[in-house]
Design a protein around this ligand. Structure first.
Ligand code: MLT
Ligand code: MN
Ligand code: ZN
Length: 295
């Protein structure tokens, strides 16, 4: 299977439009590479690409994706979308696919489907445009991605419900194990890890390649810059370092590990920072848009 990181930043992108933190300022000075919002694509062999999460930057990201346009007047670069949560940065791009000439194939859990139908009703809206072909992702079940040799299996990774849910209970995030029956390659994609509990750790241990939550370096990245009151834990993301940090365990995995969903306040984005060296010396890759893995 081929995996391509089409967006390596967390919500807001990098640099974020309204942010002048030292990291965003560093990007504007050329000390860091700009990045679009969190999304990957996966394919088996020459089979169609599947999009995993649909970011608000989707049109830019799809424009960069190598695509066979020979099929006719309408050629769809992606065969469907898989969602790991219902957050805005992972779903707003769904509306940008409304011109699809076939109902949009969306693999999502029942909880994500419900919140995207009722509370933030992207899927209900799309019914009036291209239509939606919902494929449920059930806990524990390996679901084939139609037209490929890939399957996806979910596992809970904790985390808060999206803010738009208000006080109502909402979906928390899942991780995905993507297996290719043709190559036996196993990818684990976890853009939100609340804690490296036994379930998450067991899935990570099975992977050849891990794309892991790199949102925050310290739990108070945002708070210490005066940019927010919610720390990483309140946002459903374990930090890389400090108490409960994930860096050490990620570094011990046999798999190749790349950090994704990197928030614009994370100092690992600055290529000359001590934090970047620490992460790279531990053997982890700080992902960039366009990075690919074959497994
Ligand atoms: C998250 O990753 O926790 C969310 O996307 C944060 C948000 O933008 O609400
Ligand atoms: Mn996010
Ligand atoms: Zn910033």
């Amino acid at each position: 299977m081929r995996v391509r990181i089409i967006g390596s930043a967390a919500g807001g992108g990098f640099p974020q439009w309204n942010c002048n933190c030292p990291i965003c300022a560093g990007a504007r000075e050329g000390r860091a590479t700009p990045r679009t919002q969190s999304s990957i694509v996966v394919r088996s062999g020459e089979d169609p690409w599947y999009l995993v999460n649909a970011s608000p930057d989707l049109l830019r990201q799809l424009a960069e994706l190598p695509t066979d346009r020979s099929a006719g007047m309408r050629s769809n670069p992606i065969a469907g979308v898989v969602l790991t949560d219902g957050e805005i940065d992972h779903t707003a791009g769904l509306l940008l696919l409304r011109e699809s000439s076939a109902p949009l194939r969306v693999y999502a859990t029942a909880e994500v489907h419900a919140s995207l139908s009722e509370n933030y009703p992207l899927l209900t809206m799309l019914e009036h445009y291209c239509g939606v072909d919902w494929r449920p992702l059930d806990p524990g079940v390996a679901t084939p991605l139609e037209g490929t040799t890939l399957s996806v299996q979910t596992f809970p990774t904790g985390g808060d419900a999206p803010l738009y849910m208000g006080e109502a209970p909402g979906p928390s995030a899942i991780g995905l194990t993507v297996r290719d029956a043709a190559t036996a390659g196993t990818l684990v994609y976890v853009p939100a890890i609340e804690a490296l509990d036994e379930t998450v750790s067991a899935r990570l241990a099975e992977a050849d390649t891990v794309l892991a939550d790199g949102t925050f370096f310290r739990h108070d990245d945002l708070v210490s810059l005066g940019l927010g009151e919610r720390d990483s834990w309140a946002m459903g993301h374990a930090p890389l370092t400090g108490e409960g940090g994930t860096l050490e365990a990620l570094a011990k995995l046999d798999a190749q590990v790349a950090l994704v969903h990197i928030n614009n306040t994370n100092p690992i984005l600055l290529e000359d920072s001590a934090e970047r060296s620490l992460v790279e010396d531990a053997g982890l890759v700080v992902s960039e848009d366009g990075m690919e893995f074959e497994l």
